[in-house]
Design a protein around this ligand. Structure first.
Ligand code: ZN
Length: 334
């Protein structure tokens, strides 16, 4: 029996789990509700159960599971595996997640930031394969980021690096979820895109969106905007162009900073396809220096919505190989 690593993508709504062989094949995966409202113990029990189920289903012995990686929402200390107080996990307060999962599973457990593991997944098995230097933007309710330089995640001295959603793109701009003003996330997330549509809806009474939503602009979703743009609605196309412009400006700054080979866009928003990618590529090219702009490809995720769960497994494996104990020492969290 070949050895395997487990990846877990811990979100506020769902827990995704995958078993990945050391030959980098995804052997099996599953998804279940995280029941986040029941607090940390219930969530950790559900994660442990999901791992046990995968092992049973694939006939994998515990001794063949080398490590378990968990991509969790920050803020956290990735080295000690302590998760501080993520906004979408109610009741979590300095939870020593790596240690507590080690106690449940008797398998070395490694915790990393969810956007970083998504980046590592794309680097390891997705659209970033074969590069040495790449970055990921996850475009959903917020904007997450991860950077790989010379084959390793860029973590920063406190482990907080690569918060690409909080690049400042506008002085005194929109209020961001982080409390700051003018962050990329406030413009280039799905939430930011919807807000752009809401702010300009009344100026566009001829648009499909106005007809559909002028009484209830709060109901507009990212999918509504993309659907309307695909039907040729000029206002919806403009909203995509505007959103892509903000994102392209953020990407141009990253290209000048990092000189990456590839930038991978993940998350729900990439369903917009060329409506998003064409203007993003154009704006990034126009605003970055020519040499790194020419070098850098901007591409969609290769692993769909599995970047995080596969990357969590990849991160755990890498950290195990570098000699970390994965929560085996109960004192290491404190
Ligand atoms: Zn921010």
């Amino acid at each position: 029996m070949s050895k395997v690593v487990v990846g877990i993508d811990l979100g506020g709504t769902n827990i995704k789990t995958a078993l990945v062989s050391t030959e980098k094949k995804v052997l099996s995966k599953n998804s279940r509700p995280s029941n986040a409202d029941k607090g940390p113990d219930a969530v950790m029990d559900a994660m442990a159960e999901a791992v046990e189920d995968l092992m049973k289903e694939t006939g994998t012995a515990r001794a063949d599971v080398l490590a378990c990686g968990i991509g969790a929402p920050g803020p956290m200390n990735w080295q000690t595996g302590v998760v501080y107080s993520p906004p979408n996990l109610p009741g979590w307060e300095n939870v020593p997640l790596a240690q507590l999962m080690y106690q449940r599973l008797s398998i070395p457990c490694f915790v990393d930031n969810d956007a970083n593991v998504a980046c590592y997944g794309e680097y390891w098995l997705g659209a970033g394969q074969g590069t040495q230097s790449m970055a990921v933007f996850t475009l959903g309710t917020g904007v997450g980021g991860g950077i790989v330089v010379f084959g390793e995640l860029l973590r920063g001295i406190d482990g907080t690096a690569a918060e690409l959603g909080h690049l400042k793109v506008q002085r005194d701009g929109r209020r961001c979820g982080c409390g700051g003003l003018g962050c990329l996330e406030a413009y280039a997330s799905v939430t930011g895109m919807v807000r752009t549509a809401q702010e300009h809806l009344d100026e566009n009474p001829d648009s499909l969106l106005y007809k559909q939503f002028h009484d209830q602009p709060d109901n507009i979703t990212g999918k509504d905007l993309t659907d309307a743009a695909n039907k040729g609605d000029a206002f919806a196309c403009w909203v995509h162009e505007e959103t892509a412009t903000w994102l392209g400006l953020g990407i141009a700054s990253l290209i000048n900073l990092q000189n990456p080979e590839r930038i991978v866009l993940c998350g729900g928003m990439i369903a917009a396809g060329d409506l998003l990618f064409d203007p993003v590529r154009r704006v990034a090219r126009e605003n970055a220096f020519p040499v790194p702009a020419k070098r850098c490809e901007i591409v969609p995720a290769g692993l769909g919505s599995d970047s995080g769960v596969i990357g969590a497994a990849g991160c755990a494996w890498t950290r195990l190989e570098s000699g970390e104990d994965g929560g085996a020492d109960p004192n290491s969290a404190y």
